[in-house]
Write a protein that binds this ligand. Structure first.
Ligand SMILES: [Zn+2]
Length: 123
């Protein structure tokens, strides 16, 4: 990967990072003690059983979205760190170079296709 490509990728990752952060700030409150962690406020619609059930559903739905965004944010910052440290595009498990096609489709990939397959079976 040449320096221009690298800069371009870092820039687009940083833009995505900004977008995710603003989404997270809308949905949740930043945890001042843990970097990259957001707390979902519990909604308060009322005290009836119906309302309480709705609050729980809403909370869980928001929490799932926030968890995904947090994970994505972490992937992005890890990827930016790797780009800056010139260790980008290497599989975290087997140290093989991740194929350019895979990186193009998924710039934050941290496993090669083989390890990703094994990993997804584990989960
Ligand atoms: Zn691998």
């Amino acid at each position: 990967m040449d320096i221009n490509e690298k800069q371009k990728l870092i820039k687009s990752l940083q833009e995505e990072e900004k977008l995710i952060l603003s989404e997270l700030t809308e949905l949740a409150r930043k945890n001042p003690n843990v970097k990259g962690d957001f707390n979902v406020p519990f909604p308060n619609e009322g005290d009836s059983l119906d309302e309480n059930a709705r609050e729980i559903t809403e909370f869980e739905r928001t929490k799932a979205v926030v968890d995904n965004l947090e994970k994505r944010l972490k992937d992005i910052s890890t990827t930016i760190e790797k780009l800056n440290a010139n260790s980008y595009g290497v599989c975290e498990k087997c140290s093989v170079e991740i194929s350019a096609d895979r990186l193009q489709a998924m710039p934050t990939a941290n496993l090669c296709i083989n390890c990703a397959k094994v990993h997804s079976h584990e989960v």
